[in-house]
Ligand binder design. Sequence first.
Ligand code: GTP
Ligand code: MG
Length: 262
Amino acid sequence: MTEIKVLRSVYEDNDRIADGVRKTLKKSGVGCVNVISSPGAGKTTLLEKTLAALKKEIEFGVIEGDISTSIDRDRISPHCKSVFQINTDNFGGDCHLSAFMIRDALKKFDLEKLGLLIIENVGNLICPADFDIGESGKILLFSVTEGEDKPLKYPVSFGVADAIVVTKTDLVPHLDVDMKKIAANLKKINPRAKLFYVSARTGEGLEKWLEYVRKLSGKISYSSKRTVKTTLKTVSGKSEAGAKPSKSLNKNVKKVNSKTRK
Ligand SMILES: Nc1nc2c(ncn2[C@@H]2O[C@H](COP(=O)(O)OP(=O)(O)OP(=O)(O)O)[C@@H](O)[C@H]2O)c(=O)[nH]1
Ligand SMILES: [Mg+2]
């Protein structure tokens, strides 16, 4: 039973610090999103494209989270002056970021100048969803190579997301993936999340995603930690729960599915 007490204490301490982070961000009027996915789903690539497209409009800050290396920070740096790398192996090698890491990292930013702080969490589809880091919204990336069943198998991560970005859609014609099943599973687990289907490689779907990011910048009204989901929904307008993959994507899938059945 001692173990349960320790775990509760870890979460309570984290939540308390996360509330402090949120207060600080709110005071400066900075939106903050926590980007979560399994390793390699395309977080840094999507961020590179997003920053390159919007850096003249929005003053971004980026916190990169990884167990070790500064590879992602170095990829983001050409597009953003304010990037800070957190390596969790300095804190025991955690598979997720914690609120105290963000609290300390905020000291490196001129918050008054920022419009949107983007935090790329450690690549992991389980632990980051359990740790509030003071964000105003969670964005989950899920690549088409991961399998249609993943929303069902990782319901917590998919369930807490305010927006879900299905990535690498350019690969669909080469895969035996059922995009309708993906859409149905996403809707089943999280009917309120805003859905995007994008290819960072070809640019398909990026415009809609960029429009969403524009709306997140600087205008988020923070309330308390667990109600931030509602807050994001408000700034993003009407919920697109259950959005369907684009027509061209469906066409590609049909083509490939009929090929593979032969
Ligand atoms: N075909 C294709 N490949 C992509 C796309 N986006 C990312 N990739 C590739 O996927 C791999 C992983 O991309 P990253 O952006 O590093 O993924 P990540 O989620 O940041 O990875 P971690 O930080 O290690 O968890 C790289 O080889 C990218 O080039 C895409 O839209 N299409
Ligand atoms: Mg990355």
